[in-house]
Design a protein around this ligand. Structure first.
Ligand code: ADP
Ligand code: MG
Length: 847
C-alpha cells in the first residue's frame, strides 16, 4: 500500500462527504484515511445472540432483537417532544425512543421492514424500550464483515445526534477496507513478528475492526499495543542516545580535597547502600563529557540532601560553582542551615538568596558569584533572575521538582557562565558535531531531507529566493540537518534557524511539538524563529526585516566557543512508578534511593472518623506530655479558599479550647500570611516553643522538625494520595515512634476509601504511587503538560505494563543490533519511523 494513499483526506472516502468529514474532524480528530484506520474500538459486544421481546426481563441490559416497526408517534414532554416507534417481533412488542435527531430517523426508517435493533433496555411506563438504538436492516446486518463480535467505536453526542451512529462508523471503516483491499504494509520486522508470534499488521487491523473470533481479537489488540509502544520507545531511546552524544558537558574528572576530606573526616553517618549506589551513578555522569540530566527519586527522609551536597563537592573540586534551588523560602533556609555547618568545616563559601534577601546582601552575592568567590548558592526561584550570573556554574540541583516547571529548568540551564575562549579548539569541534546527526539517524534524515527539498512549499521557495544570494549579508542553507531535526533554513554563522510553518502547524498538538523542538534546538545553542506560510507570502519584506533585526541582535561567528550547560540533578520525593517514568522521562536518567537510613521506625497510620475526635485529642495530649510535637493539617483548595480558611480557623479555635494557654502553645501557618510571619511561626515550632502546628498544606514540602511525631490530617478524603504521603513524611524524622491520623467524615467515595486504605497499609512511596496511577490515570498523575505522551491510541500505560516492558526491551535490542536501522530485515521499522516523523510528528508523543 502506498503510504501516500492513507493520507487522503477523509471526505474522499465513499460514504463520507464534506459534511460528515467536518464532523469526524471536529469530534474525533479524523482527518485522513490513516486516522480512520487507527480509530480503534473502545469495546466489543457479542451480537451472535438474538432476544425475543417476551424474554426481555431486565432493565439496562444490552440486547439485540429482530422485528419490524409498526408505527411512529410523537409524544410531547416537558421540553420538546420524543419520537416513539412501536417495534414488534413474533413474541411481543416494545418501544424504540428518540429524544434527538427525530427528523432524520423518521425519514430514513421504514414501517413493516425487518430491522435488527440493538441497545440498552429501559423499563418505562410498564413497557420495555430502547432509547436511541443501533438499527440496521437485516440485509445490512448480514453484509457486515464482522462476525458476531461487534466493535463499539468512540463517539460523541454530536455525532449520534447528526446520525453518525456506531453502525455508520463501522460502515465507513468497512468501505475503507474495501478500497484498500486490506492491503496494509507491515511496520515491524519479520524477526519481531515471528519471535513474538504477532499477527501481521494486515491481520491485526482486520481483526481489530472486524474480529473473526475472540482469540483473534486479543491477538490483534496485543499486536497493535506492542507496535504503538514499540515506536514510542524507539523514539525515546534514540532521543536519550542523541542527548548523550550531542549535549556536551563539563568533565569533572578529579576526585579532590573537598570530597575526600568530607568523606573521610566529616561524614555524619554511614551512607546507606542506596546512597552509595546513587552517588556512583552521579559520579560516572559527571566524569563523562556529556551533560548530566538526572532525576533522583527517593522517599521523604531517604537522605537525598547529602547526596546532593556530595555531588556539589565534586563540582567544587573541579573548580566549578554549584547551586541548589528549593521551592519555598522555608526549605531554602533549612537547606542552607543544614549545609552551612558542613561548609564551615570544609571552608567553603556558601550563601543564600531568596526573595527576602536584603538589597545590599544581594549585591554582594551577585558580585562574588561573578568573580567566582562564592562557591555554593542556595535559594528559591530568586536564583533564576537575570541578575544572577555565575562565573562557572558546573552543577545545578533542583529540589522537589514538581513545584518547578520545565521553563524554570531551562533557565538554570542557561546559567552556566560565559563560554570559555581558552577552550576554543574544543568548542569548534563540538560545534561541528552539532551540524550533523548521529550516524544512526543520519541516513534516514538524509532521505527525508532530499524529499523535503524536492517538495518545497511556495512559501519556502519565496523565502529561499531572498536568502540564497546573501541578500542579508550572511550565508544561509536550507533543509539542514541539526541534531535529529531537519530545519528549514539555517545561518551557521549566527546559529539562527528559520522555520516556515504550513497550515497543519496550527493544531495544538503540532504547536506543542514545535515548542519542544525549538527548546531542544535552543538547548544546543541555536536561536529559532518561525513564520507562517501566510506571513512569508503575504509580506515578505516584513519577514526579511524581522530576520535582519534578529541577525543583528545575535553575536557573530564561532568565536567565543561552545556553551556548556551545567549538569542538572533534579531531586524529588514524589515517586513515579517505573513504567510511567520510563515513558515520560525516557530521555532523563533516573536514580532511585530505595532504602531509608537505619533506625527509622515505620510511621503508624490510622483512619478515624470525626466522631472519634475526643479520643484523638486525648492521644495528642499524651504525646505532648511525652515532649513531642504535633501537626494538624487542613486542606487548601484554591477554588474554595474562603471555606478552607473558615475550616482552618474553626479548627484552630476548637483546638485552642481543648489545649489552652499557658499549658499549650499553638502555631498557625496558612497561605494568606506574609512570608515573614509564616517563617516566624515555623521557626517557633521548629525550636520547640510551640507544641502544636495548625496549618494548611503550605507545610507540605520538605520541612524538617525531627521532634514532631504526630501528623493529624483533617478532611483527609480531600487530599490526593501523593499529597497524603508527602504530609505524612513530615513526621517520623526522629528516633521516636511517629503516628499519622487521617480524619474523615462518614461519607466517603470508593476512591477515597482506597486512598485511605492504601495509606494505612503501606509507607512505601512507590507502592502508593502505583495505586495513585491506577486511581487517577497517567495524565493526572503527571500533570497536564506531560499528558501528551499518554495520548495512546490503544495501549494503556497502567494496564499494559507488561507490553510496555516488552516493547522497551525489543526497541533496545533492535537499536543495539542495528543502530542505524540499515539492515534489510529492519527496513519496515525504518520506513515506519520515517513515516511517523514525516506525517505525524513523533514529538507529539513526547511533549
Ligand atoms: P530527603 O530525602 O527527604 O530530602 P534528607 O536528606 O532531608 O531527606 O534526610 C533526612 C534525614 O535523614 C536528615 O536528618 C539526614 O541527616 C538523615 N540521613 C540522611 N542519610 C542518612 C544516613 N545514611 N544515615 C542516617 N541518617 C541519614
Ligand atoms: Mg528533602
Amino acid at each position: 500500500m502506498n503510504p501516500q494513499f492513507l493520507q487522503t483526506p477523509i471526505e474522499y472516502l465513499k460514504g463520507v462527504g464534506p459534511n460528515r468529514a467536518d464532523l469526524l474532524k471536529k469530534e474525533l480528530g479524523i482527518h485522513t484515511f490513516q486516522d480512520l484506520i487507527n480509530l480503534f474500538p473502545n469495546r466489543y459486544i457479542d451480537r451472535t445472540r438474538y432476544y425475543k421481546i417476551k424474554h426481555i426481563q431486565q432493565s439496562n441490559a444490552e440486547i439485540q432483537v429482530v422485528g419490524v416497526i409498526k408505527s411512529f408517534r410523537e409524544v410531547a414532554q416537558k421540553r420538546g417532544k420524543r419520537l416513539v416507534a412501536t417495534f414488534q417481533d413474533d413474541s411481543g412488542t416494545m418501544e424504540l425512543v428518540w429524544f434527538r435527531g427525530q427528523k432524520w430517523i423518521k425519514d430514513s426508517l421504514k414501517l413493516n421492514t425487518p430491522y435488527v435493533v440493538f441497545g440498552k433496555t429501559n423499563w418505562f411506563n410498564g413497557k420495555f424500550s430502547i432509547p436511541h438504538p443501533d438499527i440496521e436492516t437485516t440485509e445490512e446486518h448480514k453484509k457486515g464483515l464482522s462476525s458476531g463480535i461487534q466493535p463499539i467505536y468512540p463517539s460523541t453526542e454530536k455525532l449520534s445526534n447528526k446520525g453518525i451512529s456506531n453502525r455508520v462508523i463501522g460502515k465507513i471503516v468497512q468501505n475503507l477496507f474495501l478500497e484498500t483491499k486490506g492491503n496494509f504494509t507491515e511496520t515491524l520486522s519479520p524477526d519481531l513478528v515471528s519471535e513474538l508470534q504477532l499477527l501481521s499488521k494486515k491481520e491485526a487491523l482486520l481483526n481489530i475492526h472486524f474480529p473473526k473470533s475472540q482469540k483473534l481479537l486479543s491477538k490483534a489488540q496485543m499486536r497493535l499495543k506492542f507496535e504503538e509502544l514499540f515506536f514510542i520507545q524507539l523514539q525515546l531511546i534514540l532521543k536519550n542516545l542523541i542527548h548523550k552524544s550531542k549535549i556536551k558537558g563539563h568533565t569533572f574528572d578529579k576526585v579532590g580535597t573537598y570530597f575526600n576530606t568530607f568523606f573521610q573526616e566529616h561524614l555524619p553517618f554511614n551512607l546507606t547502600n542506596a546512597q552509595k549506589r546513587v552517588l556512583k551513578e552521579i559520579r560516572s555522569d559527571l566524569g563523562s563529557n556529556a551533560q548530566m540530566n538526572r532525576l533522583l527519586q527517593g522517599d521523604v527522609g531517604s537522605g537525598k540532601t547529602i547526596v546532593g551536597f556530595m555531588s556539589m563537592l565534586m563540582a567544587l573540586d573541579n573548580g566549578f560553582q554549584a547551586c541548589l534551588m528549593a521551592p519555598t523560602e522555608i526549605l531554602s533556609v533549612q537547606h542552607y542551615n543544614g549545609l552551612l555547618k558542613w561548609c564551615k568545616t570544609l571552608n567553603i563559601n556558601i550563601k543564600m538568596l531568596t526573595g527576602s534577601t536584603k538589597t545590599s546582601t544581594r549585591k554582594e552575592i551577585h558580585e562574588s558569584l561573578e568573580n567566582g568567590d562564592l562557591q555554593i548558592l542556595i535559594g528559591t526561584h530568586a536564583l533564576l533572575e537575570d541578575k544572577v550570573k555565575f562565573k562557572n556554574l558546573g552543577l545545578a540541583i533542583i529540589d522537589e521538582q514538581h513545584r518547578f516547571g520545565v521553563a524554570q529548568r531551562k533557565k538554570l540551564w542557561d546559567k552556566g557562565g560565559p563560554p570559555r575562549s581558552s577552550r576554543r579548539e574544543e568548542a569548534i569541534a563540538v560545534r561541528k558535531k552539532y551540524m550533523t546527526a548521529r550516524p544512526s539517524t543520519y541516513k534516514l534524515l538524509k532521505e527525508l531531507q532530499i524529499e523535503n527539498k524536492k517538495h518545497a512549499t511556495e512559501a519556502e521557495r519565496v523565502l529561499w529566493e531572498c536568502l540564497r544570494n546573501k541578500k542579508l549579508g550572511l550565508k544561509f542553507r536550507r533543509q539542514h540537518i541539526i541534531d535529529e531535526f531537519i530545519v528549514d533554513f539555517l545561518c551557521i554563522e549566527k546559529q539562527l534557524i528559520i522555520e516556515v510553518d504550513g497550515g497543519y502547524h496550527k493544531t495544538t498538538e503540532q504547536k506543542e511539538a514545535d515548542e519542544l523542538r525549538s527548546q531542544i534546538l535552543n538547548e544546543i545553542g541555536f536561536k529559532v524563529i518561525r513564520f507562517t506560510n501566510e506571513q512569508v507570502i503575504g509580506d515578505i519584506d516584513n519577514v526579511l526585516g524581522y530576520i535582519q533585526k534578529t541577525l543583528n541582535s545575535l553575536p557573530s561567528g564561532e568565536v567565543g566557543g561552545a556553551y556548556f550547560p551545567p549538569h542538572i540533578l533534579v531531586m524529588t520525593a514524589t515517586p513515579i512508578p517505573r513504567t510511567l517514568a520510563m515513558s515520560v522521562y525516557g530521555d532523563l536518567d533516573i536514580s532511585i534511593i530505595d532504602e531509608l537510613p537505619p533506625g527509622r521506625q515505620a510511621i503508624k497510620t490510622v483512619h478515624r472518623y470525626d466522631k472519634n475526635r475526643l479520643n484523638v485529642f486525648r492521644f495528642i495530649r499524651d504525646e505532648i506530655k511525652k515532649g513531642r510535637q504535633v501537626y494538624v493539617v487542613y486542606p487548601l483548595i484554591q477554588e474554595s479558599e474562603k471555606m478552607d480558611y473558615k475550616d482552618l480557623m474553626d479548627g484552630y479555635e476548637s483546638i485552642s479550647r481543648d489545649f489552652p494557654m499557658p499549658d499549650y502553645q499553638i502555631s498557625i501557618v496558612h497561605g494568606k500570611m506574609k512570608p515573614a510571619d509564616k517563617d516566624y511561626e515555623m521557626q517557633r515550632f521548629a525550636k520547640g516553643e510551640t507544641q502544636i502546628m495548625v496549618a494548611t498544606t503550605v507545610i507540605e514540602v520538605g520541612v524538617n522538625v525531627p521532634n514532631a511525631s504526630v501528623m493529624i490530617i483533617e478532611s483527609a478524603e480531600r487530599f490526593g494520595l501523593s499529597q497524603l504521603h508527602q504530609l505524612r513524611g513530615r513526621v517520623g524524622r526522629g528516633a521516636e515512634q511517629s503516628y499519622c491520623i487521617l480524619m474523615t467524615s462518614y461519607k466517603l467515595s470508593n476512591d477515597s476509601k482506597t486512598r485511605l486504605e492504601t495509606m494505612v497499609k503501606t509507607n512505601d512511596g512507590f507502592e502508593i504511587a502505583e495505586v495513585d496511577l491506577k486511581l487517577r490515570g497517567p495524565g493526572d498523575v503527571m500533570g497536564t503538560q506531560q499528558s501528551g505522551v499518554l495520548n495512546l491510541r490503544i495501549a494503556d500505560i497502567v494496564k499494559d505494563k507488561d507490553v510496555l516492558q516488552l516493547a522497551r526491551h525489543y526497541a533496545k535490542k533492535v537499536l543495539k543490533e542495528d543502530p542505524s536501522l540499515s539492515k534489510e530485515e529492519n527496513q519496515s521499522i525504518l520506513n515506519t519511523y520515517r513515516a511517523l516523523s514525516k506525517y505525524k510528528n513523533i514529538w507529539n508523543y513526547i511533549s
